[in-house]
Design a protein around this ligand. Sequence first.
Ligand code: DP6
Length: 385
Amino acid sequence: MMKTVTCTAPVNIAVIKYWGKRDETLILPLNDSISFTLSQDEMCAKTTISISPTFKEDKFWLNGKEESLENPRIQNCLKEVRRRASKRKHESGVEGTLNWHIHICSKNNFPTAAGLASSAAGYACLVYALGQVYGIEGDLSSVARQGSGSACRSIYGGLVQWYKGEEDDGTDSVAQSIAPPEHFPDLRVVICVANDGRKKTGSTIGMRRTVLTSRLMQYRIQESVISRTAAMKKAIKEKDWSKFCDLTMADSNEMHAVCQDTSPPCVYMNDTSHTVAALIHQYNDVKTTSGNVNHKVCYTFDAGPNACLFVPGAVVGELLGLLMRAFPPSPTQNTDTYITGIPIQPTDLTRELKSLAEEDGQPTGKLKYLIHTKIGDGPRDLTGS
Ligand code: DP6
């Protein structure tokens, strides 16, 4: 006798960043955050869970390697799901499977811990799959949150808000969908991977240090992120793309400013990141001057050097062309391995854009590859399909 489920869950990218906790055990944030869930066609986590009365102990494999289940974050997720399942069993009177041991097998199809939101997809997938195994109904975001804060947003598709909540027990610190994936039609996402190795200072330690040492963080939490979140919600509701772009870049820059203001500083962006950011500002100046603000592009950086760009479909070919000029693939790399996802559509760059890429001489930094993807749905249960 055995029950098995297989599920996938998406990555999400925040446009209003979560940085700093008010409770480290329950993982309660100091501010609300807003994110886009990315399509699972290019990047996702996949988890298979089996439970059986014949299993002798709980076991866990991550990317093919057996890992300890002692990790308190995994334990907290397991405990909370089992608590909800036992309540349900009690209510329905149905004989449960709660005493059976569990085998969990998780993997990502993209680099782990590279600032590519792998823990968000991983924990969202684990919790969603546990929910399917034990037949739990209702919101799972507050369980996923206990694995990794940003994971709570990967429980839903499209645009998602994670409310910081007011309660000490975290019951109101949940994520909710605020708009479906097609809210900004034909929106593309381009991730400029400068480094997919493990990051130097993980987000958990980095944000703890910021909360303890940065005075600029007080300004962010008490003032600026509150008004920016309200402005962002308005821009999203009114589909004001130009405003959305400005707010997204401002929030990323503020997060990296508080990281820099931390002692010792947490430095995540590198030369390549700064070059990409400068290119995007120059590109937007051209679009603003020509009155085409709906073709603006914006960047955001998590705790790593990789830019995540939000790009209207109408200009994605042009933008990829610009990036390819600024960061040519190495001679051994062909375009197919340089850009994954939807293939580049070659378009004629305008004269202005050509001069942009050449303006400051050779840009510094290098890109390893680009991921071209879209906005997508929440987790899926693949069992039986
Ligand atoms: C920069 O969710 O990885 O990506 O809750 O400690 O696991 P923990 O941190 P994590 O932090 C993500 C930080 C960020 C911004 C964001 O996704 O909002």
